[in-house]
Design a protein around this ligand. Structure first.
Ligand code: FMN
Ligand code: COI
Length: 358
């Protein structure tokens, strides 16, 4: 009898056997000595919950409102690159799974499927993650293209002017296999859509990342975009305040899944500081190491409006395509419901810092 895939950890273990070692190391790896990678999961675990009893929890409501939309639960799919490394149907399968589970998908600039195919496959709201390209005219055309496809928000990734020291990619010789491209970057004038994202040995600048990005570009992006712009990769309270000053519609507390700067704090540690700095002016989302419904509850308790998951749904995609993605989200949502019932909170608005053991 096959062991049932009960938790997200079970799915992660199963995924390893479904992926090439290059794909597995690319997805699972972090930067440097992977200190932050460990902390991202561990720090959610080390926050203790207060169990409360004798509350009527026969009806639970996990819905949240985000950027004017009501979502049935607060779990979104973080942008991740290259889904065809994981599954032949790539981002189209992910979009189907996300829709099935009612989870908004944030599509990566570096998807292998074009935005229009993903838009057609989805019935849930979808957002687009932007890696601003050195060619600003191309970037502007890309923004207009994703808006025309129906994307409801842009997440500008601000934490990756260069990549971190990802030695698992070096050791496995990471490359895009023949036939896979960054489909949304086709037609870019200066760089091929299948150019390596990794710089040559000894160099740090990538052909498809923009090291010159500054706060001025946030204003530029807002001036050309017709949808809300969120900043993804805010870890510092001072940057959080600057984000609001520069008109961001939201921030995502993220250390890029611990893939860039090793030894930055976990997002569980950074979140309350960013929430305090933002002071309710715009929504704060968080990702990094969320693997349990209790982690989602803790993030909401610390002031997050919603959470994003990255690696877990890629493992679901590897194991069972769209159904695997949907299963991961549904498992997390069910665990969140259990955690709400066992802490005596019947709605997301009733989850605050008093859920946490002081
Ligand atoms: C394989 C992989 C690819 C990623 N690609 C992108 C990307 O294209 N753009 C981006 O902003 N973040 C990217 N990220 C970071 C995720 O959006 C997210 O911040 C991170 O995965 C959250 O941590 P978790 O994997 O522990 O849930 C990627 C992460 C992984 C694991
Ligand atoms: C190609 C990479 C820059 C995509 C990414 O953001 C990641 O792998 O973390």
């Amino acid at each position: 009898m096959n062991t049932p895939l009960a938790s997200l950890h079970d799915i992660e273990i199963a995924a390893r056997g479904c992926l090439s070692s290059m794909a597995y190391e690319y997805v699972s790896g972090g930067a440097g000595d992977e200190c932050t990678l460990g902390w991202n999961e561990r720090d959610w675990n080390s926050i203790r919950l207060r169990q409360r009893v004798l509350v009527d929890v026969a009806e639970l409501d996990t819905s949240v409102s985000l950027l004017g939309r009501t979502l049935s639960h607060p779990i979104l799919l973080a942008p991740t690159a290259y889904h065809k490394l994981i599954h032949a149907d790539g981002e189209v399968a992910t979009a189907r799974g996300a829709s099935e589970a009612g989870a908004p998908m944030i599509m990566s600039s570096f998807s292998n499927s074009p935005i229009e195919d993903v838009a057609r496959a989805t019935t849930a709201p979808f957002w687009f993650q932007l890696y601003v390209q050195p060619d600003r005219e191309f970037t502007k055309a890309l923004v207009q293209r994703v808006e025309a496809a129906g994307c409801e928000a842009l997440c500008l990734t601000v934490d990756t002017p260069v990549l971190g020291a990802r030695y698992r990619e070096t050791r496995t010789g990471f490359h895009l296999p023949d036939g896979l491209t960054r489909a949304n970057l086709e037609g870019m004038t200066q760089v091929a859509a299948d150019a390596a994202h990794r710089p040559p040995e000894g160099a740090i600048y990538s052909a498809v990342l923009e090291p010159r990005l500054t706060w001025k570009d946030v204003e530029w992006l807002r001036s050309i975009a017709t949808v809300p712009v969120l900043l993804k990769g805010i870890m510092d309270p001072d940057d959080a305040r600057l984000a609001v000053q520069h008109g961001a519609s939201g921030v995502i507390v993220s250390n890029h899944g611990a893939r860039n700067l090793d030894t930055v704090p976990s997002t569980a540690m950074a979140l309350p500081h960013v929430v305090d700095a933002i002071d309710g002016r715009v929504p704060v989302l968080v990702d990094g190491g969320i693997r349990r419904g209790t982690d989602v509850l803790k993030a909401l308790a610390l002031g997050a409006s919603s959470v994003l998951i990255g690696r877990p749904y890629l493992y679901g995609l590897a194991v069972d395509g769209a159904a695997g993605v949907s299963r991961v989200v549904r498992t997390l949502r069910t665990e969140l419901e259990m955690a709400m019932a066992l802490t005596g909170r019947t709605s997301v608005s009733a989850i605050d810092r008093s859920v946490l053991w002081a």
